[in-house]
Design a protein around this ligand. Structure first.
Ligand code: NDP
Length: 330
């Protein structure tokens, strides 16, 4: 089938609320440039980071087609690309996934193995690579470590809880509401705290109780503004806090002396910093695909939204209404 000149896409011209996500039906189909592939997206991921680019919390040039990841079929190949052919089934990580077609750098693209569907791949691609690199490199989680994971029922948290259990860590997961907590418990978390309930608001005390007063070896905190102080209390002496997201707003600047009494280490990683080289990207994608192919890592799709309903996807995500991953059908 020939490639059309225009397509459906969601464009953000200025920062703001979900209403700035404009669904367009005649957006130009990009032409792959040097080193790029043109991919027809069968499915794309919606990630919390998309909301940061939408609101302007993270700067990016506008107008912009959001969407950090997609899976689909290679339709055209730009100059100086090797290793890919038209018709290949691939997944990519860059930007522009809220569209039928995306021109993506070949070095940010991998083949999806047979046995892993596009949907399964997308339900764990950006989120799963994040989790795998953060539990290996930001802090090397060991068997027996006590680990606190906030938002454990979310896209990243759902995968992180499983990966940590497979390493042999003891997991304390927080989540908002009984249904989310039941989901996290079902993943094998040792302790689950509903941090939105009256009782659960004392989550620091509960973490201390669960760890015999010591605190956890490491906290993975993607909630940010609402949890950072508690995370600092809940971590053990010589422990590590990994702040990696801003679901409730960013962590404010912290005076360094706050870290001294317990000799706490802090990290503020980004996935893209761990997969910058082709070798690193393939290392983690191979590990992820192996876990998905073998069924060791389970995925959960909250909902597949039609492209034109992406604003609702953002509303649901920011409204804390979702569990697992949100996907888009371009
Ligand atoms: P999630 O599906 O986890 O959604 C965010 C969750 O955060 C919500 O479901 C909610 O769960 C919780 N939350 C707590 N407070 C709030 C609040 N005030 N408003 C909204 N949500 C809140 O999203 P993702 O899996 O896409 O991302 C998870 C986090 O990981 C994000 O912060 C994201 O930025 C970060 N991330 C960072 C990466 C990096 O490279 N640094 C890469 C990938 C993700 P609950 O109701 O249970 O509280």
């Amino acid at each position: 089938m020939s490639i059309p000149t225009t397509m459906k896409a969601v464009v953000v011209e200025q920062t703001g609320g979900p209403e700035v996500l404009q669904f367009q039906t005649s957006y130009p189909v990009p032409t792959p440039k040097n080193g790029e592939l043109l991919v027809s997206n069968g499915i794309s991921g919606v990630n919390y980071i998309d909301t940061y680019f939408r609101t302007g919390l993270y700067a990016s040039p506008k107008p912009e087609v959001l969407g950090r990841e997609g899976a689909g079929i290679v339709k055209a190949i730009g100059p100086n690309v090797s290793g890919f052919q038209v018709g290949d089934r691939v997944a990519w990580l860059t930007t522009g996934g809220y569209a039928e077609y995306t021109a993506v750098p070949a070095d940010r693209t991998v083949h999806i193995p047979d046995g892993v569907s596009d949907e399964t791949c997308m339900s764990a691609f950006l989120s799963g690579l994040t989790v795998l690199s953060f539990v290996k490199e930001t802090y090397a989680v060991q068997k027996g470590d006590w680990v606190l994971v906030h938002a454990a029922a979310g896209g990243a948290g759902f995968l992180m809880t499983q990966i940590l259990k497979s390493i042999g860590a003891k997991v304390i997961g927080t989540a908002g509401g009984p249904e989310k907590c039941a989901l996290v418990k079902g993943l094998g978390a040792d302790v689950v705290i509903d941090y939105r309930s009256e009782e659960g608001k004392k989550w620091v005390k509960k973490v201390k109780e669960a760890t015999d007063g010591r605190g956890v070896d490491v906290v993975y905190d993607s909630v940010g503004k609402d949890t950072w102080e508690g995370s600092l209390e809940a971590v053990k002496r010589k422990g590590t806090i990994v702040w990696f997201g801003n679901a409730s707003g960013p962590v404010p600047p912290i005076p360094l002396p706050k870290l001294s009494p317990k000799c706490v280490k802090i990290a503020r990683p980004t996935l893209f910093g761990y997969i910058e080289t082709r070798e690193e990207f393939e290392f983690y994608t191979n590990e992820l695909f192996q876990l998905l192919s073998s069924g060791e890592l389970k995925t959960k799709v909250h909902k597949v939204y039609p492209l034109e309903e992406v604003a609702q996807a953002h509303i649901d995500l920011e409204g804390r209404k979702t569990t697992g991953k949100l996907l888009l059908k371009p």
